[in-house]
Design a protein. Structure first.
Length: 434
C-alpha cells in the first residue's frame, strides 16, 4: 500500500482558487480526495505527513533545464539533474535539446525519456526546432509531437532567419505546441561576455546590447501577427529567459493585442544585476547576461503585474574546470533548480509582497499550462499526485557543496534563501524529504 495522507497543511492551488487548510489523500500516484481538516475521517494509509504550518502546493514545474545527457555527463546526468530538481521542489522538468548529439529525432527523444535514464521526477523534453539546431531545416514536428515533445526550441541559439522562424511557428501551431525562442540577435553579440554597460566598460569586456534580445522578440511578435492574418493559425511564441526592459515591454504590448505570447524569467534575472560580476566571477556568466538594476526592477514588475507568465531556472551545469578560466572563455550558465524557490520567496514574496498563490502559479500552474502538461500544476481529484510541501518562513543559507547537482556553478553559494522544501512527491512517490 502506497497511500499517503497529508494532514493540516495550507493548500495553495491557484488553478482551483484554493488557499485554505486541507487534508489530501494520495493513492496510486493520484490525488483521490481533498477535504477540510478532519473530514477524511480515519483512513488506513502507509504514511501520514503532518503538514501543520506548511504550504502544500502542486509540484513545481520548470520548463527550461539543461540536463546534459546524452554527451556531457561529466557536467550532469538526467539522474543527478532531476535529483537537484526534486530537492528544489520540482516534480516536472522540461529538458532543452542542446545535448551532444542535439535532441532532434524521435529516437533521441525516446532515449532521453526512457525510464532507464533514472529520472527522479517527471521528465519532458523540447526537441530542436531545426536539425542539429543549425537553423537550416525544420525537424519533424509532427512525429516528435507524437513521441512526446512539449514544444520546440533551438535554445542556446536563436532561430535567427525570418523564414525559418516563420515556418517553425506555423509547424508548431499545427502541432499545437509553442516555439520556445532564445531571443538573441547573435549578429550583435559576437565576442561579448556580459551586459553592455558601465560594468562591462570598467572590466574591459565586450558587452551584449539590450537590442540583441529586444529585436528578436519584436521580430517574432511581428511574425505572429503576420501568421494570424495570412494563415488563419494562432501560433504560440514562448520567449525564454527575458532579461531586458525593452523585451518585456514588447511582450506586454503583444499581450494587449491578444497575440499568443508567453514568457519566462529566470531567478537570477530578478535576484541579481550586472554588478554581481564583480571581479570577473565566472559564476555570474550566463546568456542572456545579468543586466542593469533598472532591467532587474522591470523583471520584478513584470512578475508582479502578470506580464511574465512563469519562472524557469535555465539550470545549466558546468564542471569546475570549465568555469575556472578567464571570464571571456568560460561557458555561459549557472545551476538553478535548488535555489529558485528560495529566491522567489525572498525577493518576490518578502521584498516585493507578491502573494504566495502567485508564486505557486508562476512556478507550477502557469508553466504546466504553457506546455500543456495535463493533470499537473493543479491538484484537483484524480490529478497526478505531484506535490511540494514547503515552509515559507525559514531563513537559510544555500551552499553549493550541498547541491544534488553534479556541478557547483552557482552565484548563490552562501546566499540567503527564504522557505525550505520539506517534501517533494512525484506521482505519489516521495522523491525528496528534508
Ligand atoms: Zn537560452
Amino acid at each position: 500500500m502506497s497511500d499517503i495522507l497529508i494532514l493540516n497543511g495550507r493548500l495553495i492551488d491557484p488553478s482551483n482558487q484554493i488557499d485554505a487548510p486541507r487534508d489530501l489523500l494520495l493513492r496510486n500516484g493520484r490525488v483521490v480526495a481533498i477535504e477540510t481538516p478532519g473530514a477524511l475521517g480515519s483512513v488506513e494509509v502507509a504514511q501520514t505527513i503532518d503538514a501543520s504550518g506548511l504550504i502544500v502546493a502542486p509540484g513545481l514545474v520548470d520548463i527550461h533545464v539543461h540536463l546534459r545527457e546524452p554527451g556531457q555527463t561529466y557536467k550532469e546526468t538526467i539522474a543527478t539533474g532531476t535529483a537537484a530538481a526534486a530537492a528544489g521542489g520540482y516534480t516536472s522538468v522540461v529538458a532543452m535539446p542542446n545535448t551532444l548529439p542535439v535532441n532532434d529525432t524521435v529516437a533521441k527523444l525516446e532515449w532521453m525519456l526512457d525510464a532507464q535514464r533514472g529520472s527522479l521526477v517527471k521528465l519532458f523534453a523540447m526537441p530542436a526546432a531545426t536539425v542539429g539546431s543549425m537553423g537550416e531545416k525544420l525537424t519533424d514536428f509532427e512525429a516528435l509531437r507524437q513521441a512526446g515533445a512539449v514544444g520546440f526550441t533551438d535554445d542556446g541559439k536563436p532561430i535567427l532567419e525570418d523564414e525559418m522562424m516563420h515556418a517553425a511557428l506555423i509547424a508548431a501551431a499545427r502541432a499545437e505546441v509553442p516555439v520556445s525562442q532564445h531571443a538573441e540577435d547573435t549578429r550583435l553579440t559576437g565576442g561579448c561576455s556580459m551586459n553592455a554597460g558601465s560594468m562591462a566598460f570598467r572590466l574591459g569586456l565586450r558587452g551584449m546590447p539590450v537590442e540583441a534580445e529586444a529585436r528578436i522578440v519584436e521580430r517574432d511578435i511581428q511574425l505572429l501577427r503576420d501568421i494570424e492574418r495570412t494563415e488563419g493559425l494562432r501560433p504560440h511564441l514562448h520567449v525564454q529567459h527575458v532579461s531586458t526592459a525593452r523585451a518585456i515591454h514588447a511582450i506586454r504590448l503583444a499581450k494587449r493585442e491578444d497575440l499568443h505570447v508567453t514568457c519566462e524569467i529566470a531567478p537570477h534575472h530578478f535576484a541579481l544585476n550586472e554588478e554581481a560580476v564583480g571581479d570577473y566571477d565566472t559564476h555570474t556568466k550566463m546568456n542572456p547576461p545579468l543586466r542593469s538594476e533598472l532591467d532587474r526592477i522591470k523583471m520584478i514588475e513584470a512578475l508582479l503585474d502578470g506580464t511574465a507568465d512563469c519562472i524557469a531556472t535555465d539550470h545549466a551545469p558546468h564542471a569546475a574546470f570549465e568555469k575556472k578560466q578567464e571570464f571571456e572563455r568560460a561557458p555561459n550558465g549557472i545551476t538553478g533548480l535548488e535555489t529558485a524557490l528560495g529566491l522567489a520567496l525572498r525577493v518576490l514574496h518578502r521584498e516585493n509582497s507578491l502573494p504566495l498563490p502567485r508564486i505557486v502559479d508562476l512556478m507550477s500552474t502557469a508553466p504546466a499550462r504553457i506546455v500543456s502538461l495535463a493533470g499537473r500544476g493543479t491538484l484537483g481529484p484524480d490529478h497526478f499526485a505531484d506535490i511540494v510541501i514547503f515552509d515559507a518562513g525559514t531563513e537559510w543559507t544555500f551552499t553549493a557543496e550541498a547541491s544534488r547537482s553534479k556541478s557547483r556553478n552557482t552565484p548563490f553559494d552562501g546566499s540567503p534563501m527564504l522557505g525550505q522544501v520539506r517534501y517533494t512527491i512525484c506521482e505519489g512517490k516521495i522523491v525528496y524529504q528534508a
